[in-house]
Design a protein around this ligand. Structure first.
Ligand SMILES: *Cc1c(COP(=O)(O)O)cnc(C)c1O
Length: 435
């Protein structure tokens, strides 16, 4: 019998085995997967595919399929790789960062009326669960330098109802966590790090995602590393909660004390005030394998991104209307997921909307992640007043409408990087000349 980690067993050698999986993937399926992951056309490509096809057919006769397709040795190996990389023992591979956040929110026993402080600028995933259950979102203003949550504004917005603070390391640039952790400890508030962009970032010698009470990294296809398009790692510092987080990932399965005549028990997951019911955020073995392989090269990925950021920052520093991405220091080591480009509208003779238009005309893609959350319809339809909230987030309003955009930074050739730097410098010079 296989290891009891979920209800589908690999029964191994026996007269009548209970297959661990349903229909397996065959040689034809595998070829389609290879074609999908390595696309191409033309006679040379087709010849290479045919050569692989022949060998895969041979392999099909010589090989056995994996005993399990979900949550087994590959997922564990990915978690171990993340544990070693992050210096934690709690890595839990889940469907995506959003589900990692849900486990933390459920642990906090978040309910309608409780308050959660989130930054005004982030991706909707940060606030989806609190919004869905009717908890009150309180939007913290951002630090104009980093566009991350401003700890001073968090301090102003804490009330007796504040249950969680959710710092988001935007673009992989670490939030100033010390003052946030201090506030949280003082007021008995849980901290959930949205580390979606920050796998491998460092804050004062510690890995981001290991400092708050909970954190989740994203391995969605647009992030620095991926697990076949979707995936997340959740971590926790709550004493004793790491094994519970694994059960929180899979419906609360408890194999340690099965009920009579059955294989397992289903038990609730301990929460801060009372236990909660688990959901299903399990991932596949293929995703586990995919993550393990990319984690192994994450340092190289960050280094390549850092070099590109350094190039842009050096080039852009010649015009003092441009505020280039901060490259970090001994205490702050970003992942350079996005390149944060800012301008000083007064010195530039115009705001970032003009710059964005000029860059687009020159063929430079710029992705202004992220809009102020309180501008979305789903927020106003839940009873929030965007204009009132905007008054409490003046820096967010200023930087979003006038000062920042994000630039692509990975997988670009030297020529493309050079062209992008030239285009930015030219565009700002045009603005300064009133063109
Ligand atoms: C991508 C992203 C998420 C969500 O990640 P998923 O893995 O897709 O759930 C959360 N927060 C931020 C800031 C993100 O960019």
């Amino acid at each position: 019998m296989g290891k009891a980690t979920d209800f589908r067993y690999n029964t191994g050698a026996t007269r009548v085995p209970w297959a661990a999986v349903g229909e397996n993937y065959n040689a034809h399926d595998l070829m389609e997967i290879i074609r999908f992951l390595m696309q191409g056309e033309g006679p040379e490509y087709e010849a290479a595919i045919n050569a692989v096809w022949e060998q895969v057919e041979k392999l099909d006769k010589l090989s056995t399929p994996p005993g399990k397709l979900t949550t087994a040795t590959q997922v564990e190996a990915a978690e171990e790789a993340c544990n070693a990389y992050l210096g934690t023992d709690s890595s839990t591979f889940v469907t995506n960062a959003t589900s990692g956040f849900e486990i933390a929110y459920k642990y906090a026993n978040l309910k309608a009326g409780d308050e959660v402080i989130v930054p005004a600028i982030t991706f909707v995933a940060t606030m989806a669960y609190p919004l869905a259950i009717g908890a009150k979102l309180v939007f913290a203003d951002v630090d104009p330098k980093t566009i991350n949550m401003d700890p001073a504004d968090v301090a102003r917005k804490i009330t007796p109802k504040t249950k969680m603070i959710v710092p988001v390391h935007i673009g992989g640039y670490p939030v100033d966590l010390d003052p946030i952790m201090e506030l949280a400890r003082k007021h008995d508030i849980l901290v959930l790090e949205d580390a979606a962009h920050a796998f491998g970032a460092m804050y004062k010698g510690r890995k981001i995602g290991t400092i708050g009470d909970f954190a989740a990294f994203s391995f969605h296809e647009v992030k620095n590393v991926t697990s076949f398009g979707e995936g997340g790692i959740a971590t926790t510092n709550i004493p004793g909660f790491a094994p519970e987080m694994k059960r929180a990932r899979f419906l609360g399965m408890d194999f340690s004390a099965p009920i009579k005549n059955w294989l397992y028990n289903i038990t609730p997951i301990p929460g801060k005030e009372h236990p909660f019911v688990a959901a299903n955020y399990s991932t596949t073995e293929i995703q586990g394998l995919g993550l393990k392989l990319q984690v192994a090269r994450n340092e190289e990925i960050i280094e390549a991104r850092r070099r590109a950021a350094e190039y842009l920052t050096n080039r852009l520093s010649v015009n003092d209307a441009i505020i280039p991405q901060d490259l970090g220091n001994e205490d702050i080591k970003p992942t350079f997921h996005l390149y944060l480009l800012q301008i000083d509208p007064e010195k530039a003779g115009g705001d970032v909307q003009t710059l964005k238009k000029k860059l687009e005309e020159k063929g430079v893609t710029n992705i202004p992640h992220f809009g102020p959350l309180y501008r979305f319809k789903v927020v106003s339809d839940m009873g929030y007043d965007p204009d009132e909230i905007a008054k409490t987030c003046p820096v967010c309003e200023e930087v979003f409408y006038k000062r920042f955009t994000h630039l692509p930074i990975y997988g670009l050739s030297e020529e493309q990087l050079e062209y992008m730097a030239d285009a930015i410098l030219e565009s700002v010079a045009e603005m300064q000349a009133g063109k």
